[in-house]
Design a protein around this ligand. Sequence first.
Ligand code: SF4
Length: 159
Amino acid sequence: MKKVLISACLLGDKVRYDGNSLLSQHEILQRWIAEGRVISICPEVSAGMSIPRAPAEILGGDGNDVLSGSVRVIENTAADVTGMFLKGAENALALCKKQHIEVAVLADFSPSCGSSAIYNGEFSGTKIEGVGVTAALLIANGIQVFSQHQLADADKLLG
Ligand code: SF4
């Protein structure tokens, strides 16, 4: 049975920067859990970041630009957390490789997990099309990444 990587916050883990979750009770996700195919990770917490923590944004680009080294991930305290975000992405990729995972469902708008859109621009609330750092690294390694709003599409690939 094919396994699927899920952002931990979508499963109800209170790992977000504000100490909350993004619990999804979608029937497809519930079925995957019952089937035993769900593997979860919070990339940021896996890298050692605290709960709660300051909100962070990719300034001036998206996760692909962070991977190429052209932009940084900055907290609203001005702290540079690029290294932690890269470490979290590497942890997620290592987990996918270990579990032979080819499909991931990641929470959208996160600077780590965002799969189609992220916030960008000094905490102004500006949204752009783009991917988070973890999403970018997984996609670059051939993993199909979906948001929590695309569960049916991910389900088709899992078979
Ligand atoms: Fe959820 Fe990903 Fe943010 Fe962790 S890094 S709280 S899993 S969106």
